[in-house]
Design a protein around this ligand. Structure first.
Ligand code: MG
Ligand code: MG
Length: 268
């Protein structure tokens, strides 16, 4: 069952997701050569707790950290460590937080210093695919419209979509129904209704889509060893359009023309 949130619950989700957005921005600014993924995890946990929230991932099915830090060919669920970031790496930063009983979830992939042109292109196309997906989030649309938009954009640019991991509903649990694959035909699955909240998260590989999980039981890497990127926003279905709860600076409506505007601007 897909749980629709009441207006009051949506307000609480906005607060949780704004914690995630702010902490993710702090992490982005902290990424540089020489920083360890463990340093970034400590920063994430401290900032989440300072905001009065709890890290959502720490202890989730035994995950040992607050941050998923996935470097280069690591797709998702990288475990923070003493590994130092190097110029030319890319790193996916994925965090979740729970505040007042509701969850937020968002991810970005950022370059470490200067990166190759193809790496930069991978990040750009993956983030664009997320924006195309968010544009599908409207009352009456179908769940599979979201993933179809991701796959179409990604494959147009010669990259591939990971199949094994999917986006998800989110609310008083980190993972709720529905599952949101990043591929497949449009026009399938449940219709979107006001109050649904979705964590949409394309994972995009430079080479082939296949992934495997390392012996640590968590870290998913590309089978071919090529780079992978991951972007995620938590998005509410509203009458005014897709409301991106994890936008920096406050929730924004993703308008059909591609511009992201404040909810006030849509109403007036
Ligand atoms: Mg996430
Ligand atoms: Mg997620």
């Amino acid at each position: 069952m897909i749980i629709c949130k009441s207006p009051a619950e949506l307000e609480r989700m906005k607060a949780a997701n704004q914690v995630v957005a702010e902490v993710l921005q702090a992490l982005r600014e902290a990424v540089r050569p020489g920083v360890t993924t463990g340093d970034l995890d400590a920063l994430a946990e401290a900032r989440i707790r300072a905001a009065g929230a709890e890290p959502a991932f720490k202890g989730y099915h035994g995950f040992p950290a607050s941050l998923c830090a996935s470097v280069n060919e690591e797709v998702i669920h990288g475990i923070p460590s003493q590994r130092e970031l190097m110029e030319g790496d890319i790193i996916s930063l994925d965090i979740g937080a729970v505040l007042d009983g509701f969850y937020g979830d968002s991810a970005i992939t950022v370059p470490v210093g200067r990166v190759s042109e193809t790496a930069a292109r991978l990040l750009e196309v993956t983030e664009e695919s997320l924006h195309h997906a968010i544009a599908q989030v409207k009352v009456g649309a179908r769940i599979s419209d979201v993933g179809h938009a991701v796959q179409t954009h990604v494959e147009q640019h010669g990259f591939s979509v990971v199949r094994e991991f999917v986006g998800h509903g989110i609310g008083s649990k980190l993972h709720e129904e529905p599952q949101i694959p990043n591929y497949g035909p449009a026009g399938r699955g449940p219709r979107l209704a006001e109050g649904m909240v979705l964590a949409i998260e394309p994972m995009v590989n430079m080479g082939k889509p296949a992934v495997r999980v390392l012996s640590d039981g968590w870290t998913a890497v590309t089978k071919d060893g090529l780079l992978s990127a991951h972007f995620e926003h938590t998005v509410a279905v509203t009458a005014a359009g897709p409301l991106v709860l994890t936008a920096i600076g406050g929730p924004v409506v993703a308008r059909a023309d591609g511009y992201w505007v404040s909810p006030q601007a849509v109403r007036s």
